[in-house]
Design a protein around this ligand. Structure first.
Ligand code: AMP
Length: 399
């Protein structure tokens, strides 16, 4: 049982930092409520214990203070539905007088949602006075916002100072994210395979360095593969390529060799005559792409070779798509890999979909329930796996 599980919230007001930064369409309809649903077990545990809940979150990137578009009021009705029709109280200023009146009078079982924290610039600045005001909304601080755990903001980190040990904790979501990240980092079952894709080598270099001593195989796909291919003397045409990172790519290959980690690069590539969903396409060897063409997906030989490695693995990390999967015509390779990860999981492997766009890729493939764990935190999981101390995690653990 975890510390959070053990604590009985009866009669207590829990101030929970959640990550309700969900996408909305132009009619303020939520297009993906994953992040809200991910917070429900924590909220329900506290309510079922007989406690009350004050929810605080950021929402989008408002630049000029309160803006209707970025109001958390748009989430109120959906939150009520998710909580079985419960009434949701709403405070339209997260540190306004009325908000404190509402939180002070909360009864067991009641839920109060505070307006967007980022309507105050003090939130992102990690302002102490602002954090202290926020702390007045609860007797116990629960951090369940893994998506912002890599930021030392007022509500994710600084607020911790105002709660003594024993009066703060992770929620279920944060616990799960940390447990799953650690499964990969600490004594993973072997063979370990990391699938790393996405646009740029520079975004993933720290991750690769951390993975090389851990992984038996690293499968490199997506735009970043072309920098490696170029560094090895191949022709990549107009493919995305970081020409100033060629030495870094060679250095990474050397380090992998020294650590008995096999780096696999794509043998074939689907090339396009323009960066567009309706581009003409054809297959090309990855190291001989013609001048006017650019690689937007891994080819079928690569997908098969990568899938074979994946299916023989016991631990799998996937970070970053194999191509421009946002264009249906170039999503095939990414979906093949998603399927291989799901198949390996069915065979008993542990699979973590962590960081980068691979989370939306696995959702788009409809296979999110067929893998072991899908992280809710893109940048946060990437930093966690890179071995960084995340301020939002450290804050909960400090005295
Ligand atoms: P990341 O957030 O690092 O996982 O990067 C994801 C982005 O990389 C997606 O938006 C993809 O469209 C992009 N990407 C993947 N493969 C390529 C490619 N071959 N060329 C250009 N962009 C790519």
């Amino acid at each position: 049982m975890s510390q959070f599980d053990q604590h009985n919230f009866k009669g207590e007001r829990a101030l929970i930092r959640v990550d309700f930064n969900v996408p909305l369409d132009e009619n303020f309809k939520i297009t993906d409520d994953t992040r809200m649903r991910a917070a429900l077990p924590t909220i329900n545990k506290i309510l079922n214990d007989g406690g009350s809940v004050v929810l605080m979150s950021h929402f989008g990137r408002p630049k000029d203070g309160p803006t209707d578009k970025y109001s958390l009021k748009h989430l109120k009705n959906h939150l009520s539905d998710l909580l079985g029709g419960k009434e949701i109280l709403f405070a339209d200023d997260c540190i306004g007088e009325e908000s404190f009146e509402l939180s002070a009078n909360l009864q067991p079982g009641q839920v109060l949602l505070l307006e967007n924290l980022r309507f105050y610039k003090e939130e992102e600045k990690g302002d102490e006075a602002f954090a202290e005001k926020l702390s007045k909304h609860g007797d116990f601080w629960v951090n369940d916002a893994f998506g912002t755990a890599h930021r030392a903001h007022a509500s994710t980190t600084i607020v911790s100072k105002f709660f003594p040990k024993g009066k703060k904790s992770f929620g279920y979501l944060m616990e799960a994210e940390v447990i799953n990240g650690n499964k990969l980092l600490n004594n993973p079952a072997q063979p370990v395979t990391a699938i790393v894709g996405g646009a740029k080598v520079s975004d993933k270099i720290k991750l690769l360095e951390k993975l090389i001593p851990i992984a038996d195989n690293i499968l490199i796909g997506g735009g970043m593969a072309y920098t490696f291919i170029k560094a090895l003397g191949g022709s990549v045409g107009k493919s995305i390529c970081e020409y100033d990172k060629l030495d870094l790519a060679l250095d990474t290959l050397e380090k992998a060799k020294a650590n008995n980690c096999q780096i696999h690069l794509p043998e074939d590539t689907v090339v396009a005559d323009k960066f567009a969903p309706d581009a003409n396409k054809k297959l090309s060897p990855t190291n001989a792409i013609e001048d006017e063409w650019e690689g937007l997906d891994i080819g079928p030989k690569t997908a098969e070779a990568f899938s074979n490695v994946i299916k023989n693995s016991k631990t799998i990390l996937w970070n970053g798509p194999m191509g421009v999967f946002e264009f249906d015509a170039f999503a095939v390779g990414t979906f093949e890999i998603a399927k291989a990860v799901a198949d390996a999981t069915a065979l008993g492997a542990y699979s973590l979909i962590g960081g980068g766009d691979s989370v939306s890729a696995i959702n788009k493939a409809g296979l999110e329930d067929k893998v072991s764990y899908v992280s809710t935190g893109g940048g946060a999981m990437l930093e966690f796996l890179e071995g960084k101390t995340l301020p939002g995690i450290a804050a909960v653990l400090e005295d």
